[in-house]
Design a protein around this ligand. Structure first.
Ligand SMILES: Nc1ncnc2c1ncn2[C@@H]1O[C@H](COP(=O)(O)OP(=O)(O)OP(=O)(O)O)[C@@H](O)[C@H]1O
Length: 219
């Protein structure tokens, strides 16, 4: 599989943020998007996830024969939030995501129990998600990536709330994902500690003070 961005430009609220973002990642490769607060890292990730339109350019996932895939069916997007219901148990949240992300059950992935164990939180599956500490909630957010196998992980500050041990655990899970032929694109301020991940400084693509309409072409 390949993830290919060509000439991407994006903005928010009428302000152009970045332009000419191009990269190509092969299976097993990762990209860390860095840059100062407000440069547009989250915006770029949301464009890659299909949640915001690009002002210009394209982002495509292609299979090994070069056929264009329906990107959102092949990616997980983990935002600053963890997309869990606070009042539902950890286990039921992950069960929900497993059936929602893969209704046919063909994609593969861990059971809720196994995913909870993979992030070393055995014993808390019965607790409402809202009871968990911030770092535990993030680890369960990472566990969501494991219950349905999808090749591309788009991660917004995946390790921001994690202690050193949990960051290392995340890095090991991410490396296993890459070793398994997955791809990873993460916005981050912190070193991810994931072997083989290239860094892209979005400041290099910043647009200085230019107005735009979100989703519209500007020059
Ligand atoms: N819905 C919105 N409407 C208007 N402006 C927005 C909106 N969302 C974000 N912005 C602005 O867009 C800019 C880029 O935000 P974004 O979250 O992509 O930056 P970032 O690089 O991820 O920042 P950080 O490192 O702080 O997470 C910021 O100036 C932000 O205030």
């Amino acid at each position: 599989m390949q993830a290919i961005a060509e000439g991407l430009a994006g903005g928010r609220g009428g302000t152009a943020l970045f332009q000419d973002v191009s990269f190509a990642l092969e299976s097993g490769a990762g990209l860390a998007i860095v840059g100062e607060n407000g440069v547009g890292k989250s915006t770029l990730l949301r464009i890659l996830a299909g949640l915001l339109p690009a002002a210009r350019g394209t982002f495509e996932l292609r299979d090994d024969e070069g056929a264009v895939l329906i990107a959102h069916e092949h990616l997980h997007y983990l935002s600053h939030r963890n997309a869990m219901k606070r009042e539902l148990s950890v286990h039921d949240n992950l069960d929900f995501w497993k059936s929602f992300s893969d209704p046919s059950g063909d994609a593969g992935g861990l059971s809720a129990e196994a995913a909870i164990a993979a992030v070393e939180l055995e014993g808390i599956g019965h607790l409402p998600f809202g009871y968990l500490s911030t770092g535990q909630q993030r680890r369960i957010g990472v566990a969501r990536l494991l219950v349905t196998r999808r090749p591309l992980w788009l991660l917004d500050e995946p390790t921001a709330a994690l202690d050193l041990r949990s960051s290392r655990l995340f890095a090991a899970l991410a490396e296993a994902h890459l070793d398994d032929g997955g791809l990873l694109i993460a916005a981050t301020h912190l070193p991810l500690g994931v072997d083989g991940v290239e860094t892209f400084d979005l400041a290099m693509a910043a647009v200085p003070d230019t107005d735009c309409d979100d989703g519209e072409v500007w020059m």
